[in-house]
Each structure stands twice: as C-alpha cells, then as structure tokens.
Ligand binder design. Sequence first.
Ligand SMILES: [Zn+2]
Length: 325
Amino acid sequence: MCPVELRQGGLCLAGTGLWLDARRRTELSFVSHAHRDHIARHHKVIATSATLRLMQHRLGEISSAYATQYNCPFSLGAHQVELLPAGHVLGSAQIRITRADGRRVVYTGDINLAPSLTAEPAQIASCDTLVIESTFGHPRYLFPPKELVLSQLEAWVRGKLQAGVTPVLFAYSLGKAQEVIRFLSAQGFSSCAHGSIYEIGQLYSELGVPWERVRRFDGPVREAEVVVFPPQLSHSPVLSALRPRATAVLSGWALDGRGRRCRSADAAFPLSDHADFAGLVSYAKATGAREVLTHSGFAKELAQALRSEGIEARALGEPLQLRLL
Ligand SMILES: [Zn+2]
C-alpha cells in the first residue's frame, strides 16, 4: 500500500488523519514552512516553533499547535514522528514518520541543500520511503554555485549605485528577501524593504537571524539604498516614481528566462531556495530510500531520472508500473 495518499487538498499519511502541508483546513496537518501555498487554518498543527510564528503572522492565531524542535522525536498514536531541517526558509522542516512496523517515511516539503544565510542547514533524513518535492526536478535546472550568483548580484548592485541608479530587487517576501538583505548588509549596502518583507525580517530577528542596515520603504529612497520588493508588486506605482531605477528578479526560474520575461525586469539572477535537479537526485540517493515518490513541479521527470539510476520511483498520482521480468 502506498504510504501517502494524494487527495483533494493535499497529501495525507495513509491510514492516519495526518495531512502534510494541506492547502485546505484539516483536523491535523504537518506544516513544513510558512509559504502561502503550504499553510491553512487547521484545527491542529505540527510545525517548528519558527514556522508557527511565521504562519501566525500570516494567518492569525492558530488555536491548537504542537510546536516542536528539530531532532526531537515524539509519539503520534502508534507512530514516532521527528522533524529535521529542510534548508528552505527559516524554520522549514522535513517530517519523518516511523510506523509501528518500523517503516520510515519522510516527506521533505520544499527543500534546499545549498548553504543559506538565514535558514538552518538541511539534514539528510534517512528513510525507506521518500516523498520529495520536485519543483526544479527537470535536468535543465542546474543552478550555478550560490556564491557566484551572489557575487554577480553584488557587482550589478554596485554598478547601478555608482551610476546613480536605484537598484530594485524582486524577491519572495518570506525567505529570499531576508537572505538577500542579509547578504547586502554584510557587503556594506543599506536596504529599503517593502512592509511585508520588513515585518517578516523583524520576526527573523526575534528568532535569532540578524536584520541590519534595513528600513521600511515609505516612498522616497535615500542615497545608495537598495530597494527590495515582492515580485507581485513589480508594477506598483510607488516603484514607477523611483527614477532612475533598474530592476532585477531573484528566482530559480531566471535560469530559463521565465523570471525576466514574467516581470519585464532589466536583469534576472538564478537565486533559489529550492534544490536544483542534481541536488534532488543526490538527496534522494543519500537518504537510502528504497522507494521514492515525487510530487509537484517536474515530478514525472524527476521520477524517470531516478528510475534510470536504478531507484524505484514514481510521481505521486501515477499508477504503479508493473515491473517486467
Ligand atoms: Zn516554499
């Protein structure tokens, strides 16, 4: 029997009432991190305390929550449950469920294996069955080293400022924006962040991540400031008033030009908080899983790549293929 079920509203651990990042309100759900496509106002939530804090900032008070730390197993009915860092955004977690029969099932949530300036480093979750996200699970997504992308971004920002142009960066308001602002601050730049980014940055600060050389955007931009806004506000009139300005999208999708095309930006940098194709394949191997279930993004392509390496893998929702002898 498949250990997880793909239902309307999300994934569910088979034979239990435990949902995994359900998008609709459920009785009990594990929440891997606080991005909007992973949260809902569930009756009961299992998450790290950082994720709960960020989630409640976005949704309001959650009535019943089990806030846990990484690597602290606890019992849930007949199962043992443990959260491990996923390296995606602050507080992001994988969940490992050890069933009564000893079978270990891991659900990664969004995962990133490259070092992050603001998220806890991902930990390899050894298991028998791995349920892995496949956002960039196509062989065409191979990201350059993060240090290289960041140094190119720094050179771009520096060049614009020296030319008297205000750099405007578009980065997701939870995770990517805080990481890039921390990087800019370490390089001596000052940032001016949209309120949504600024408020989450303050929460990051309360959770122990430095939040320096940054102020909340309030219209006029001071000399030598870098503006950071969420991508969905790229056409905001308040940005149009900034002249001269140059815009850049920070996204893994920049690799195939989607970022630049979608937002009509002047530049795009492939800065991702997801693992790339090679990272997903190597992670799946490192867990030692005998069975891999891929889901979301390029699930079919990732499953096929894993099968070609001799790993039993399939995209969730695909029928189990009979093996020909
Ligand atoms: Zn995410």
